[in-house]
Design a protein around this ligand. Structure first.
Ligand code: ADP
Ligand code: MG
Length: 754
């Protein structure tokens, strides 16, 4: 009996790879000069051209007749340029004046200081003009409006391309070139078959590529965008799923010892010895991790959990599984302060635990934790590295100093990266490759990545899509919800805040006051080791700096605020100061004093964002709260509400811009870090989430982490199904080809390995 062979996928039509090999110069409309100009814009192949999607669209049905526009209001008109002239009033800049006419009337369009407009806009050109209508000497006029040169198109919806004044390419020219390319290509090969497309309600690639450039209506345009965005997301998810599978294939992992032959084992002892019972979520996640560790495949897992959900305990349990089997654990964190805090926590939580040591009398020794940062002195460091390679250190906590070449382990079994979105894929790989001195063949340690603050699920699927996923979705019962109030007025409202702080202190509680900088006046380097500068890298800094230039009073600084409060609102109480520029010793002293309750108020910078854990602190005042991002504020307020007493966090910020107002309002309204993460993504866009991680790894032009959540989930499902059924994409040659084209070498490599 002959089995029916499956129908080959529809491969008629142009393949993207072919289009990538055809130079734009081959289009009839594109001569050598324009070829060079297009190249300057990054458009070299016909594929580049077709993927130069319109930036937006002008809908001519939204245009008004010139006869109907009203003076003093904004209007969009579609018209033909009738006359162009340039005036140069003496000692002044050029004024280009156009008369545009749409058949119902005419309008003067004036451009000040844009002499090139005379070259761009010539008589007979069709333009869509958007701006405020004025009256000048009895004539309708627009000054410096937005102008789109739409060419002689008759369509209702006109694509507006990113054009380049410098290269000398207009949107209208691009429209023309794209039209020729579409006409000559006729149809495009589709990597997805008909039934799949139908099931997902996606249009064909041919339809999509035509409609994205020349839609007849909005519906067509949306359908086109959805299809092309799906293609981008599918390629990304395919590469992530392939990467994940390839990592599993490599299978050079360590099978960790989950239950020792004798005794309860180190992890059980650790959990037993904790001063609290694990939450259900902690138990579940530790089991998920244990399942990974007990298998010969190396773990690659992402742990998400809200501030205070107890990630540290989970991380330590994972590290101890390694130690229990005679391996070592490493915990890598982004800042020195965090490293020190984690180290102290680890030392405290691990005290009393013992491991086997044949070299010792009695065969046991205490579990040893050590700290390695760039602050570690050379001598200490040398000693530490020797002990590390001998296996005398069990758990190493540190910053990216752990990545330096001379750091070698005896046998690195588990790596936990507390990532705060700040370590890239490459660094993770570097740490994984630390390998082991003992086992020459070098097996991959298991890796757990923790995000300090949550990111939305679909974003995680995109950014960390090559990892398995665990979530701590339960806070320890010891935590009391923190009431958050945004105080937007000065004066009495602020006085009431300090009143409340004094009341808390009088009742024996403690307080934090957080400032955005160390010193007054100077743009200090606080962030260098701590918090703000990192945020800068993620784009928030610019926002703040822009605000700074707007003439608002300078932000309060910790040093000055410490003095002011100690003599003013908080006179009579013991007020301490903590910031990143203090010497380590002084920092330790201040922290210890606050921990012991000797210091009642801590005026600090974001150094307290992480790690600080004082259950008696019940009130936090964040000054200039609009200068912090959502994630940072959420982290900060997580420092209170750690004991049995009701806690409150005041966000002081008056005269804030609209975006800051939305941030602060969200903080006051929402307690859940995952919900806040959604708002953050809404407000700030995906750049902040994607960060460096994603660079060079994606071709997301249309797809958006914000708008396309459902599509991301669908793409993930399809990618998984496709690869489950066809791990090497043997029967999906077009998908394989496009992966190589867009994702590059990596993808090809994973495919080969499958
Ligand atoms: P995060 O997830 O923000 O890193 P931490 O690991 O710092 O949270 O834990 C926050 C606080 O909660 C710490 O003081 C920790 O000791 C405590 N904690 C962790 N788990 C529990 C639990 N199951 N019950 C009570 N307290 C817990
Ligand atoms: Mg933590």
């Amino acid at each position: 009996v002959s089995q029916a062979t499956p129908a080959p996928p529809a491969t008629g039509g142009r393949r993207l790879k072919q289009l990538a090999q055809i130079e734009v110069g081959e289009l009839r409309g594109v001569g050598p000069r324009k070829t060079a100009a297009l190249a300057a814009m990054g458009i070299e192949s016909v594929l580049d051209l077709l993927m130069h999607y319109p930036r937006r669209y002008a809908d001519r049905t939204n245009c008004q007749a010139i006869a109907a526009v009203r003076v003093g209001e904004e209007a969009v008109v579609s018209a033909e340029v009738r006359r162009v002239s340039t005036r140069r009033p003496r000692n002044r800049r050029a004024i280009v004046e156009l008369t545009v006419d749409d058949g119902t009337g005419n309008l003067t369009v004036s451009f000040f200081n844009q002499p090139w407009r005379a070259r761009q806009l010539s008589e007979g050109a069709h333009v869509v003009v958007f701006g405020r209508v004025d009256e000048y000497r009895g004539h309708l006029q627009m000054v410096n409006p937005l102008v789109d040169l739409v060419g002689d198109r008759t369509g209702r919806i006109v694509p507006i391309y990113r054009q380049s004044q410098k290269a000398g390419i207009t949107s209208a020219e691009l429209t023309e070139y794209v039209a020729e390319a579409l006409e000559r290509a006729r149809t495009f090969a589709d990597p997805l078959d008909g039934p799949l497309l139908e099931g997902l309600r996606l249009v064909s690639r041919t339809t999509a590529l035509r409609a994205i450039h020349a839609p007849d209506d909005d519906e067509e345009r949306f359908a086109a965008r959805r299809r092309l965005a799906f293609d981008e997301l599918l390629r990304l998810q395919l590469s992530l799923v392939l990467r994940k599978r390839a990592a599993a294939e490599a299978a050079r992992g360590i099978t960790h010892l989950l239950a020792p032959a004798e005794g309860p084992g180190l992890v059980a002892g650790f959990i037993e010895g904790l001063p609290f019972a694990l939450t259900g979520a902690q138990r579940r996640v530790i089991e998920e991790i244990a399942a990974d560790l007990g298998s010969p495949l190396p773990m690659h897992r992402l742990l998400q959990g809200d501030v205070g959900s107890g990630k540290t305990v989970v991380a330590l349990a994972a590290l101890l599984y390694a130690v229990q089997g005679g391996h070592q654990g490493a915990l890598m964190v982004p800042t020195e302060v965090l490293a020190e805090q984690h180290y102290l926590a680890a030392r405290r939580l691990l005290s009393g635990l013992e491991v086997d040591d044949a070299g010792r009398l009695g065969g046991r020794r205490p579990v040893v934790a050590a700290l390695l940062t760039s602050r570690t002195t050379t001598a200490e460091r040398r000693r530490l590295l020797t002990r590390l390679v001998r296996g005398e250190v069990d758990v190493l906590v540190g910053t990216h100093a752990l990545l330096t070449e001379d750091v070698r382990f005896s046998s690195l079994g588990v790596v936990v990266i507390d990532e705060q979105h700040r370590f890239g894929v490459d660094q993770r790989a570097a740490l994984r490759e630390k390998g082991s001195a003992r086992e020459a063949e070098g097996r991959d340690p298991d890796v757990l990545v923790m995000t300090a603050t949550p990111i939305p699920r679909t974003a995680a699927m995109t950014v960390y899509g090559d990892l398995d996923y665990s979530v701590l979705d339960e806070l320890p019962p010891s935590r009391t919800p923190v009431q958050t109030r945004w105080v937007a007025e000065e004066g009495e409202a602020v006085a009431a805040v300090w009143e409340r702080v004094r009341a808390e202190l009088a009742a024996g509680r403690q307080a934090y006051v957080v400032c955005s900088r160390v010193h007054q006046g100077v743009d200090d380097d606080e962030g260098a080791g701590e918090g703000l500068l990192y945020e800068d890298e993620e784009g928030e800094g610019q926002l703040f700096r822009a605000e700074e230039q707007s003439g608002r009073p300078p932000p309060r600084a910790a040093i000055e605020e410490h003095l002011r409060l100690a003599e003013g609102e908080l006179a009579g109480f013991s007020v301490g100061l903590l910031h990143g520029q203090l010497p380590s010793r002084e920092k330790d002293r201040v922290m210890a004093s606050f921990r012991d309750g000797l210091t009642q108020v801590l005026v600090a910078t974001t150094v307290i964002e992480v790690g600080v854990d004082v259950a008696n602190a019940t009130v936090m005042v964040i000054e200039d709260a609009d200068r912090f991002g959502i994630a940072q504020l959420h982290q900060l307020r997580g420092r209170v509400g750690r004991g049995a007493h009701a806690s409150v966090c005041y966000l002081l910020a008056s005269e804030v811009n609209e975006e800051a107002a939305r941030r602060l309002d969200a903080l006051a309204r929402l307690a859940d870090g995952f919900e806040l993460a959604e708002v953050d993504l809404e407000l700030r866009g995906e750049g902040t989430v994607l960060g460096a991680r994603q660079k060079g790894r994606s071709d997301l032009r249309l797809a958006s982490l914000r708008r396309d959540r459902a599509l991301i989930t669908t793409a993930r499902q399809v990618a998984t199904e496709v690869i489950d059924a066809d791990p090497a994409l043997a029967s999906h040659p077009l998908l394989a080809e496009e992966l190589e084209l867009f994702i590059g070498e990596g993808a090809a490599e994973y495919l080969e390995r499958s």
